[in-house]
Design a protein around this ligand. Sequence first.
Ligand code: NI
Length: 138
Amino acid sequence: MSSLVRFGVSVEEELLSRFDRLIQKEAYANRSEAIRDLIREHLVKREWVEGKEVAGTITLVYDHHRRELVNKLTDIQHDFHNLVISSQHIHLDHDNCLEVVVVKGTASEVNDLAHRLKSTKGVKYGALNMATTGRELV
Ligand code: NI
């Protein structure tokens, strides 16, 4: 485990009070915890920009009755089988399915897969949650 370091930060009073109000709403225990999260968020963003190995989830909502669409989404996942760790299919209601695809790979490959799935005709909603393998974070 890495040791804790204290450091001072100069910031405009108004900016700090807005930050404090925000983190209070978000139920942070203290500023340190909120700032640690901001730093981690920034580092994870860089992992994606720099094309590192990343992990994430792709969420899709689509109409279950469009059989050709279901096949197409499965075909695309097979094309990228080296990235797909697992997928979960949830029957939301009579018509709608929600699928969560858990992925790990280089940022550009994962982005390609997400775009291919989201842009498939008939997908009502598609989103990529850009997470991290956690290896470069503490
Ligand atoms: Ni379904």
